[in-house]
Structures are given as C-alpha cells and as structure tokens.
Design a protein around this ligand. Sequence first.
Ligand code: NAD
Length: 542
Amino acid sequence: MLKGFFNVPKAVNEPVKNYAPNSPEKAAVLAAYKKMWNEKIDVPLYIGNEEIRTGNTRNITPPHDHKHIVGTYHLAEKSHIEKAISNALASKTAWANMAWEQRAAIFLKAAELIAGPYRARINAATMIGQSKNIHQAEIDASCELIDFLRFNVEFMTQIYNDQPNSDSSIWNRLEYRPLEGFVYAITPFNFTAIAANLPASAAMMGNVVVWKPSDSQVFSAKIIMDIFKEAGLPEGVINVVFGDALMVTETVLASRDFAGLHFTGSTHVFKDLWAKIGTNIHNYKTYPRIVGETGGKDFVMVHPSANVKQAVTGIVRGAFEFQGQKCSAASRAYIPQSLWPAIKEQMTTDIQSMKMGSPEDFGNFITAVIHEGSFDKLVSHIEQAKKDVDAEIIIGGNYDKSVGYFVEPTVILTTNPKYATMETELFGPVLTIYIYEDAKWSETLELIDQTSDYALTGAIFSRDRYAIEEATVKLQNAAGNFYINDKCTGAVVGQQPFGGARASGTNDKAGSAMNLLRWVSPRTIKEVFVSPENYRYPFLGE
Ligand code: NAD
C-alpha cells in the first residue's frame, strides 16, 4: 500500500573524472585493468535464479591484443532461450506489482555502485573488452550509464505524475502498466551504457526482459549483471542470453508473449527484425512495441565564416574518438574551398599527433577497432579508395592486424559528393571530405540532405547567424541530433535526448521520458462517485 507521494533525488549528470597523471582514479583503473587482464572470467547465461554454463564456450579477447584470452562465455541453445522466456514470465507478476519506489531504489543503488565501488572495474572491462581509451570508457561505462539510471528514475516519476483532469463527481486516473508479456533487448558492442540501459529502462517501468548482448561486449555485460545483482534486482527480471543471434531471435519472436523490442545496432538487422515481427503479427497477444536506434552517416558542414580551429577540433574529435565507432561519429565533412588550405593543415597536424596502441597506455588517443570483420571491411574501403580516380587518401591509410585490429585515422578526399564512403556507414576511423565552392553553400546543404539514407547526427560550424538559421531549417530532417558549433558526438542524458529518423531508427530518444513511454501501456480508469439511476436524458422531455 502506498503511504506517500515520494520525491526521488534530483538527477544531476555524473561529473567526468579526468584521470590526470598521479590522480587516484588513474591508479585505481590501471590496477583494475591489470587484475582483470589476467583474471580469466567465465561468463554464464543468467536465467531466473540460475547461472547456466552450457560448456559450449567462446573466448573473450581484447581487440587491441586478440591473441590474449581474458575469459570465456557460454552460448545458449534454443531450450535456454525458451527457459529465459518462461523465467521472465514467471517473474512478471511480482515485479510488475512491486511499488515503483522499490524499483527506483534498485536502479538508483546501481547508479551509486557504478559511481563508487564499481567505477574502476566497469571502466577497465570496457577498456579491455571494447578497446576504449580511459576517457571514452569513463564517459560511457560510468557517466552515461549512471545518468541513464538516475534520469530515468526521474522521468518515470514524471510519467506517473502525468494525470488527466477530474472534477468533484468523477475521478480520472491513468495507470502506466508494463507491457503484457516480455521485452526483448538486443544491444550493440559500442556502448556499455546502451547495453545496460536497453534492458534496464524497460525493467524500470515494470517489464521483464530477455537481453541478448553483443558478442563483442560480453566482458562489461558481466560487470553490469554483477552490479544489477548487488543492487538487488530480483531474479528473472533481466535474463541474459548469449549465442547465435538468428536462433535466439527466432525463438524469442515465436513467443506469443513477445511484447516489445528494444534494439540498438545496425540498420539492416533492425529492418530484418521488423519484417520478422510483421510476419508473426497474428501470433502475438498484443501489438509489440518496436524501438530501434540504428546506423548513421553523420555530417559536419563548415561555413566560410567558421573558426578554423574550432571546426577542425569538432571534426577530428567527432570522427576519430573511439576509432569512429560511435553511431554519431562524423564520417563525411563538407569544407568550403576558401578554408580548405587552413583546415587541411590544422587537421593534418592534429591527426598526425594522435598516438595509437593499447588503452592501458594513457598517451594513446586511438586504439583498435572492435573485431576482424570490422577491420577487413575498413581495409577494403581504404584499398578501394587508393584505386578510385575520384578519391585520394590524404592522411593515414595504413593498418595492421598482427597484434590488434589497428587502423590509422584515415582521411579520404573525394571529388564525388556521392562517393561510396560519403554514403555508406563504415563504423571506423575513416572520414571522407568533399570540398564545395563557397558560393554553393545553399546547394551543398541540399546535397547533404539527399546524400545518405541515414539521419542521426550532424553539425555545422559557422559564425554567420543567417547561415546557421538556413542550415537549421534545410537540414531539419537530416539529423535527429543537430549541433551548432560543436562536434556531432557526445550526447548527454538529460541534456540532448538522442536518436535519429529515416534509416537511423524510430527516434524514441534514449535518455528521455519519450523512450520510457514506449515500455508502458496506459490504462484509463474513470470512477463516478454518484452514478445516474435513470437512463432518460432531459432532451427526451416528460
Ligand atoms: P550489429 O547490428 O552488428 O549488432 C547489434 C546487435 O544485434 C548485437 O547484439 C548482435 O548480436 C545482434 N544481431 C546481429 N545480427 C542479428 C540478427 N540477424 N538477428 C538478431 N540480432 C542480431 O551492430 P554492432 O556492430 O554491435 O553496433 C554497431 C551498429 O550499431 C552501427 O550501425 C551503429 O550505428 C549502431 N548504433 C546505433 C546507435 C544509435 O543510438 N542510433 C547507438 C549505438 C550503435
């Protein structure tokens, strides 16, 4: 029984620690890294109250040193997926009926565990397993994840607070029920925060979840589960399965109780999932909610009035941080002819000063790309650019996978604004540049809008307010997150709700109440205090 309308702690963004030389956080994360590097973890399936070890295992290897084995994880068979679904459903009533403040407390506690005792561990796992440098690990695995958990609790209370009008004779109420069934969360390799948030946001709203992490994010997924368990998340609320993505998905989507998909990953996978859900639609108890945040071909547009140093900083950070493996990473840039010599010079100096290697060495800005498939794909585009007459590699272009999957930050200059790497998402440290004539600023805005199927992020650099206004209007459908005089990456929860449209996703804005609303099905309750006792209305007369 509810005995108060509780206020939750005001959500504030977690401050980013700086890991400067001799700082305590640097010492702590390096100690955790060294320990975990040699630990050999063994990651089970988490189903109900069981940790299941199937014996069918795969190795976990750091992308920057792929012969080193840091652990193993166990793969599910179809029967495990069925078990995960039945365990989720068995946990549903108790979880959905748990008072919201109890659910909130679990996730607030998880945030606090990450902010304190687990911070070094979750950052180190992200550095080892996903090859993030310490800054990238800190802003993702610690700060963004903490923010997701704290802000979502606040957003949840805002949703519950949103109630219809009533009067003295009737009381109207909205109940925000969890979905009838279970939610399937499929997560990508590139953000530990997204991996945790996709199952957690649905669970926070009272849903039970089957979560399939990426094979390339298992190390930090294990730490996420350690944290959720320590925070008191009851068994069976989030069930974790690893294994053949097609088999897992087909088993999940065959369930009559499948009620929602929370997906982040590539566009083609999401489109296939949508099609499969459509094919199965007659089997489901309810229309499933489909939320997907997918690929990007994110642009930076520089106006002739731009400040060169600021534009270059925005471009190189946007394109090369985390080796360009952010859905929001800048991968095509449009530079006015008049600024190109200055921009090229500054950009070359900046990129050539970037060191590449293991994230354990804090001097490295660039580390490895996630796996061999990604490495090979990037190499094929780089080699193609070396051959094509309408493209030229002006910076980088070297690569080596003997120890880790290392690809130099690479800049391709093209004379063809529809060149393959201006349109296709490569998901790596490759930026393509097209030089436009200053007088063709407006036409180039149209070109940007029409070049790619995606519409995730985009940035413009300009000191001319008319130009800013024109770009803001002309590019309104080209990016779900639009930046003025800033890089196109680094959305902060509670400040820049994140998501794109067109082929980039359903734009349900992770890190906002809009996303949480997808995981509830409101029930309207109307209560009349003194009910009528005669069917006749006055217009009927005597
Ligand atoms: P991916 O599509 O290869 O994998 C994502 C998840 O889908 C993984 O768990 C994977 O195992 C699973 N999967 C793969 N094939 C599947 C199938 N046939 N059926 C069901 N599940 C399947 O993506 P990735 O390489 O992990 O991540 C990179 C992609 O994610 C990029 O396209 C990037 O733009 C996108 N992304 C988007 C956002 C966003 O917010 N828009 C954020 C992060 C990443």
